[in-house]
Design a protein around this ligand. Structure first.
Ligand code: FES
Length: 140
C-alpha cells in the first residue's frame, strides 16, 4: 500500500478554482500529482452523475470546487452545487462508496495556496481510505 497513489478528480469552476489551480501551477506550488482537473464553467452545471461516474470508474476522491458564496458568476450556481453534493453524500453509500471521498470547497481565483493544500489534504484522506470501493469491486 506504500506506493498507492490515489486518483483525485477535481471538478473546478472556470472563474475561481481553475484560476487558483493555474496560479498554484505558475507559482510552482507542490501538490498531489494524481489530481486530474476537469474544468467546468460553473459548479452549478455539474451533473450528479458525473461524480458517480468518476467514482465508478476508479477515482478514490472527488473534489467539487467553485466560487465563494456570493461570487458565483452565474449568481447561484454554487448554491445548486452545494445542494447536489449534500444529496450525493447521502446517495454514495448505496453505491458502496464512503461519503468522505467527496468534498466541496470554495476556492477563490487568488487562492493558489489554498487549492494546493485542499487537494493535498483530500489525496491524503483518499490514501488513508485506500483504493476505492468501486475499484476493489472490479478487482474481485
Ligand atoms: S461561476 Fe464559479 S461556481 Fe459558479
Amino acid at each position: 500500500m506504500q506506493d498507492f497513489e490515489p486518483t483525485v478528480i477535481a471538478f473546478v469552476c472556470n472563474w475561481c478554482t481553475y484560476t487558483a489551480a493555474d496560479l498554484a501551477g505558475t507559482a510552482r506550488l507542490v501538490y498531489a500529482p494524481s489530481v486530474r482537473l476537469i474544468r467546468i464553467m460553473c459548479t452549478g452545471m455539474l451533473d450528479a452523475k458525473y461524480v458517480i461516474k468518476a467514482f465508478l470508474e476508479g477515482a478514490e476522491a472527488v473534489l467539487v470546487s467553485g466560487c465563494r458564496p456570493g461570487d458565483c458568476h452565474y449568481l447561484n450556481g454554487n448554491y445548486k452545487a452545494r445542494r447536489r453534493v449534500k444529496l450525493l453524500k447521502e446517495i454514495l453509500p448505496h453505491f458502496g462508496i464512503v461519503p468522505e471521498r467527496l468534498k466541496l470547497t470554495w476556492i477563490g481565483a487568488s487562492d493558489g495556496i489554498e487549492f494546493a493544500e485542499t487537494v493535498t489534504r483530500l489525496a491524503e484522506t483518499a490514501r488513508r481510505l485506500g483504493p476505492s470501493e468501486a475499484r476493489r469491486a472490479m478487482i474481485l
